[in-house]
Design a protein. Structure first.
Length: 245
């Protein structure tokens, strides 16, 4: 029995790793699609697409998967995809925005609505919570292997046209006007920086703490949304109670 149990544990870990890898590939596929759709499907003429393709290579994503995502954006993959944003309230009234990329908006809308309902939240009308978020360009540069002081990095970011920069122990987070993201990204790459992330995101203007008795419901909602194959990003204007972190 011990041999069977050991095999079962190894298989379980492998399945979990495969599932995690699948979610990473899924996210990169969506990023590839959006980058190719927004610009030229030829990476030579599309810096954002090149950046995402570099991520795909780093994640050991098969070349066929990469090409398939680009073909979809070029209309060669058959299915037509739409970008849709849903707005709603989590348990305790916390604001949530859900960005989806789908080839069947009726299916996705039903699944997103079901997730909110199952976990004590509710889906709202367009505009019901979006006013609580700011849309910003967001660039991340990892500190690892980067021989730059914070002052130097800030000056380079501002010279490139960025609005602000925040730092953590692991990375520099650079913020831009959404319309300036491409120019700032290109300027930083031209200056020799390797970018980990360059995209437009939604950031909450203020946050609300999730009530302690709603924490489990709230985390269940976020998990279900993030595990949905059509969901690309979940933006939250909420923080969990310290005791639950």
């Amino acid at each position: 029995m011990s041999g069977h149990s050991k095999w079962h544990n190894i298989q379980g870990r492998k399945n979990a790793q495969d599932a995690k890898r699948g979610k990473i590939f899924q996210k990169i596929s969506r990023d590839l699609y959006q980058a190719a759709k927004a610009g030229d499907p030829d990476p030579e003429n599309n810096p954002q697409l090149r950046l995402v393709m570099e991520k795909a290579r780093a994640a050991n994503m098969p070349k066929d998967n990469v090409q398939r995502a680009i073909d979809k954006a070029s209309g060669l993959g058959g299915a037509k995809f739409e970008e849709i944003t849903y707005e709603g309230y989590g348990p305790g009234g916390t604001a949530i925005m859900v960005s989806a990329l789908t080839d069947n908006k009726n299916r996705t809308a039903a699944e997103v609505r079901s997730a909110f309902t199952h976990h004590g939240g509710s889906l709202g009308a367009s505009g019901s919570v979006s006013y609580m978020f700011d849309r910003k360009g967001y660039i991340v540069i990892l500190r690892d292997g980067l021989d730059k002081t914070e002052d130097d990095m800030l000056m380079d970011a501002l010279d490139a046209g960025a609005d602000d920069m925040k730092t953590t122990d692991d990375e520099f987070q650079i913020y831009t006007d959404p319309s300036s993201l491409g120019d700032v990204r290109d300027a930083l790459q031209k200056a020799g920086y390797d970018l980990d992330t360059a995209e437009v995101r939604m950031f909450p203007e203020t946050t609300t703490e999730v009530p302690a008795d709603k924490t489990q419901q709230y985390t269940g909602l976020i998990d279900e949304l993030e595990n949905n194959d059509d969901v690309q990003d979940v933006y939250e204007a909420a923080v969990l109670p310290e005791s639950s972190n």
